[in-house]
Design a protein around this ligand. Structure first.
Ligand SMILES: *Cc1c(COP(=O)(O)O)cnc(C)c1O
Ligand SMILES: [Zn+2]
Length: 408
């Protein structure tokens, strides 16, 4: 299993032993897991592995004892060659969709939640929980159920109904906070620390983010260890984007990838909540929080993104760009992906597609570039986002002649 060398402050580089700790006591910076990276891994190591989920990369994940793995078989999702949407967008030949909508709880959050709950089990915490915009609630609750740990969900009371139903059915307890995601986050943070609950995206955050870097490992392996040219990544808190970069860097460090200097990163946010895109366009390294996010992309409605600063750094480091999409463009993106590729995504994925489209139209993506567009959640999670653009149903009598006449 992965051998953790230390937790290291992302700001001042101070190192800590890997305990139940998540911020630097010197400077309050976030901590990252640093490994004694194995030297024995090569491309064929993975080719022969039977495990078809993200635990196939166990040497690079922060769990010491495999008995502590809480496994719902998440990850190793399809990387679909998106030739049809590529054609629709004017001839992109090497466009790929990383389809993370087909995870066990139907979003990529099964990756970070699975790692964090496993780690909570490993350090023998009595309960887990999360502050959630919806998807994380289900992912944490499902893994908690499998781990037989109590689970507390802190979320704004206006999250999508289906998302609450899903989380509650796994047996979680729901703390409906009458406020924004950021309010729920604040409450969860204090209560979690006080009660010794592993809040996966707060006090377990160093471990949580390790799950999302498998989105880099899988894409690299699925492209036969070739580095893509451009990644389109939807951004809420920014943790996933940052983790994907860490993933590619680790593969480079252990020699599985030759050169990651060609990699470009694109951050995609919804217009009604785009504090990171706004900062990028102002050429500022300061993210100004949005007080009241207003967007159909609820999964990305994080007004005060915890990793915003670091996303901006990554964009600098990787010749990045940042772009936003309006609600209308998001809906168009959802429909385009469904109609061309047969993949039904929630609005967060619509943001990725809409931003991809803009980048192509503005000539910022070349036809031959190898582009990976991350689709992070399933359309069944937010069907209310698209009802208005769907054709209205008109009932017809069960008469074969009438029905035949309708079909030309
Ligand atoms: C949480 C979430 C995101 C954003 O991830 P961050 O790590 O918060 O940036 C994107 N898409 C979906 C579907 C999500 O649930
Ligand atoms: Zn520090």
């Amino acid at each position: 299993m992965g051998i953790i060398r230390c937790l290291k402050c992302r700001e001042c580089n101070k190192e800590y032993e890997a305990q139940f700790r998540y911020i630097c006591e010197e400077c309050f910076g976030p901590l990252d897991v640093i490994y004694n990276l194995p030297t024995s891994l090569n491309k064929s190591t993975f080719a022969s592995r039977q495990t078809k989920n993200y635990w196939r990369y166990f040497e690079l994940l922060p769990i010491a004892d495999h008995n502590n793995i809480v496994n719902l078989d998440a990850g190793f999702t399809p990387l679909q060659h998106a030739d049809r949407i590529g054609t629709t967008l004017g001839g992109l030949r090497n466009l790929f969709i990383k389809n993370d909508s087909v995870n066990p709880t139907f979003s990529f959050k099964d990756r970070p939640a699975g790692i964090a709950v496993s780690r909570a089990k490993e350090i023998k915490l009595r309960a887990v929980g999360c502050a959630s915009t919806g998807n994380l609630a289900s992912a944490t609750a499902a893994h908690a159920a499998k781990a037989r740990l109590p689970c507390y969900i802190f979320a704004p009371s206006d999250i999508e109904k289906v998302k609450i139903s899903q989380a509650l059915s796994y047996g979680a307890e729901f703390v409906a906070v009458d406020g924004t995601y950021d309010d729920a986050n604040r409450v969860a943070s204090v209560v979690g620390d006080a009660k010794g609950i592993g809040i996966v995206n707060i006090n377990m955050r160093p471990f949580y983010v390790e799950g999302s870097k498998t989105l880099a490992y899988e894409v690299a392996e699925q492209l036969n260890w070739k580095v893509p040219d451009n990644l389109i990544i939807p951004v809420g808190s920014g943790a996933m984007l940052n983790a994907i970069c860490k993933g590619f860097e680790e593969l480079y460090d252990i020699g599985l990838l030759d050169d990651i200097s060609r990699l470009k990163i694109t951050a995609a946010q919804p217009h009604g909540c785009s504090p990171i895109v706004d900062a990028f366009k102002r050429r500022s390294d300061e993210v100004i929080p949005i007080e009241k996010p207003e967007t159909i992309a609820k999964s990305l409605a994080i007004g005060d993104p915890g990793d915003g600063r670091y996303v901006l750094k990554r964009l600098q480091q990787y010749k990045g760009s940042a772009e936003e999409a309006t609600d209308e463009e998001i809906v168009d993106g959802i429909m385009m992906l469904a109609k061309t590729e047969g993949i039904f995504t929630e609005p967060a994925g619509g943001v990725s597609i809409a931003v991809l489209r803009k980048m192509v139209e503005e000539g910022k993506i070349d036809k031959d570039e190898n582009v990976v567009c991350y689709i992070t959640g399933n359309g069944l999670k937010a069907t209310e986002a698209i009802v208005d653009v769907l054709p209205k149903l008109n009932a017809v009598k069960p008469d074969v002649r009438l029905v035949s006449a309708m079909i030309t």
